[in-house]
Design a protein around this ligand. Structure first.
Ligand SMILES: O=C(O)c1cccc(C(=O)CC[C@H]2O[C@@H](n3cnc4c(=O)[nH]cnc43)[C@H](O)[C@@H]2O)c1
Length: 255
């Protein structure tokens, strides 16, 4: 699990452990945490705090993945999580967005005709695709919007740039600064990636005083508590191909 700062890490770990996010809502007992047979919490999770921005996020994620593999305990899922800016009106303050795509939104060149991304320039790709079924399952469990999350190196601070991003990425839910870096590292290691963002501020004119960070951190923790089960199942070896839980027959099993 990768975050930019320690406050985000603590919120996610509290949620995954099924404990109340500091100042937040205790998760109801039937929803959080792993089921019998799932790995323990939080020992099954390595939390990596990388610092802000895609480069730091890529370096920190790559280092953790490489070390884990060298030590014979490879990871099976990378979760990039934190707060982010929400695109109005899809993602209001305090809501949560699960990435359907993780898009490098300002990796490219400015031209007389506007921004051209590196894929259009012929240099690789500007998007990573989380496993669609898993992203949808996590979004459903968390009560989150499933939508593209943009990665930017510069926080949007004007209405003009917000409108430009929204026009170039219809349906975008959120922007943040680490997802694409984390996803690049995960892709090179062959490990699936998810991104979850809780909205602390609208994408638009800069008003740092209006950021609602504590509320977003609570929403992030609550979302991770609600989605802990599919997240832990996917993080097991063979992730996503889940064994039926005791007492719950596999689909299609005669009763
Ligand atoms: O000051 C604090 O207590 C605090 C606690 C948690 C996180 C922070 C951050 O400032 C983290 C920076 C982080 O936030 C993401 N972010 C949030 N809003 C936006 C946005 O509108 N556009 C881009 N990124 C955003 C980003 O991923 C940064 O890493 C402070």
């Amino acid at each position: 699990m990768v975050t930019a700062v320690t406050a985000e890490r603590d919120a996610v770990l509290a949620g995954l452990a099924g404990t109340p996010t500091p100042g937040g809502t205790p998760a109801p007992p039937e929803t959080p945490g792993p089921a019998a047979g799932d790995p323990p919490v939080p020992g099954a999770v390595e939390a990596v705090v990388t610092g802000v921005g895609p480069a730091a996020a890529a370096a920190g994620t790559a280092e953790a993945l490489t070390r884990a593999r060298a030590e014979g305990r490879p990871f099976h899922l990378v979760l990039c999580a934190g707060i982010g800016g929400g695109f109005v009106p899809h993602a209001p303050l305090g809501s949560v967005v699960v990435a359907s795509r993780i898009v490098a939104a300002d990796l490219g060149a400015g031209t007389a005709d506007g921004f051209v991304d590196v894929a259009e320039l012929g240099f690789g790709s500007v998007a990573h695709e989380p496993p669609a079924d898993l992203a949808a399952e996590v979004a459903l469990a968390a009560g989150a919007l499933l939508a593209p999350v943009l990665t930017v190196s510069t926080v949007t601070g004007t209405a003009g740039r917000a409108a430009d991003l929204a026009a170039r990425h219809p349906g975008a839910g959120a922007e943040a600064m680490e997802g694409f870096g984390v996803a690049e590292a995960a892709a090179r290691a062959g490990v699936p990636v998810l991104e979850v963002r809780a909205v602390s501020n609208p994408v638009g004119p800069r008003d740092r005083a209006a950021w609602r960070i504590p509320e977003a951190l609570r929403a992030l923790g609550d979302a991770c508590a609600a989605a802990a089960r599919p997240l832990f199942a996917a993080a097991r070896p063979g992730g996503g191909r889940r064994a039926p839980r005791p007492g719950r027959p596999a689909p299609g099993t005669p009763s």
